[in-house]
Design a protein around this ligand. Structure first.
Ligand SMILES: C[S@@+](CC[C@H](N)C(=O)[O-])C[C@H]1O[C@@H](n2cnc3c(N)ncnc32)[C@H](O)[C@@H]1O
Length: 326
């Protein structure tokens, strides 16, 4: 099922409920402090109290949810028959990826969330009480590595905005461990920065060597054809609620989340499609789009005189999987 970038109604209601009686100024200050820690190379270690966890969830959950939703939509588009029953959400934080996966896959019946931060896991469990699917989820506290070793294999494993919090050797060990626990698919999402892209690229290469196939975004399992300083990322627009705007001190009613992801599967992908790597240029005489194709990166031009192809290309958006000649 295609997932909307907006938080699902029960999650929105649960967050709004938690905000009752909480000072928005205090929440905004906490969220600014947490964001600043991220910007200066820190991690979520500064989320220490219930108030911090709520501030983090209010400020960041809408955007990370939208990025996970977009990544799962891309996976479903390429592997339409995927119907996982079990999910492992690694570095789950407030449960963001689990909520998105519940929307994407009505087949999911068992959710295991893993995170080192007890404050965030407490919040996740409280929020999950309001979800028909997530209410019975399990959330063992502790380090991802140790908990992963003990977790059962799951049909789908997701790590959203986690691996950037780990050192390089821990990232490699975690990638192996997550792949070992993924029966059908593993989806890893990171911020859409050059560093996030580099982490995804390294994980992709490591797991292809172990037999993984790339379902999305790449239409091939070969090394990424982009040459530095070029890099790959996508954008997801999401609506901002009034509370979200207040916590972020923002005026506009939407936000653009830049992200990068890789969706890996155990079985080879049946039908490959080219990926739109940047906003296409919709010119009068032709549409020009930067595509990642099975044969490499192409600046594809679709002339207006080729009416059916032009009509099709007018619908192309950054991040879309499209049928196109290279
Ligand atoms: C940026 S948050 C992302 C949370 C959530 N996945 C999301 O997308 O909104 C990163 C999370 O990874 C968790 N984390 C970092 N290192 C970890 C580790 N070694 N084991 C388990 N969780 C870890 C943090 O506690 C935090 O909740």
């Amino acid at each position: 099922m295609r997932v909307s970038p907006s938080l699902p109604a029960p999650l929105k209601a649960a967050l709004d409920g938690k905000l009752q009686g909480v000072s928005r100024t205090d929440a905004a200050q906490r969220s600014a402090k947490i964001s600043n820690a991220y910007r200066t190379g820190g991690n979520s270690g500064g989320i220490k109290s219930d108030a911090d966890a709520l501030a983090y969830a209010l400020a960041r959950m809408p955007a990370t949810y939208a990025a996970v939703a977009a990544s799962l939509n891309a996976l479903i588009e390429i592997v339409p028959g995927l119907a996982p029953e079990t999910l492992l959400d690694v570095g789950a934080g407030p449960g963001t990826a689990s909520w998105a996966a519940a929307e994407a896959f009505p087949s999911l019946a068992s959710f295991t969330l893993i995170d080192a931060n007890r404050t965030l896991s407490k919040l996740a469990l409280e929020l999950a009480e309001d979800s028909p699917q997530l209410a019975g989820c399990s959330y063992p506290p502790g380090d991802a590595g140790e908990n992963l070793a003990q977790a059962s294999i799951a049909d789908l494993v997701i790590a959203s905005y986690l691996i950037g919090e780990l050192g390089e050797s821990d990232q490699r060990a975690l990638a192996d461990a997550m792949w070992a626990k993924a029966r059908n698919a593993l989806v890893v999402i990171e911020p859409g920065t050059p560093a996030g892209y580099a982490r995804i690229l390294a994980l992709r290469q490591q797991l292809i060597a172990l037999g993984a196939h790339v379902a999305a975004p790449c239409p091939h399992d070969r090394p990424c054809p982009l040459a530095a300083p070029d890099w790959c990322h996508f954008n997801q627009r999401l609506p901002r609620s009034q509370a979200h705007r207040q916590i972020k001190g923002a005026d506009v009613p939407f936000e653009d989340e830049r992200f990068i992801y890789v969706a890996l599967t155990r079985t080879p992908v049946a039908a490959r499609r080219s990926r739109v790597l940047a906003p296409p240029d919709f010119g009068k005489a032709e549409i020009t789009a930067k595509l990642c194709t099975e044969d490499g990166v192409a600046a594809t031009k679709v002339p207006r005189r080729d009416k059916p192809a032009y009509a099709e290309a007018r619908r192309w958006r950054w991040g879309d999987a499209v049928m196109a000649e290279s």
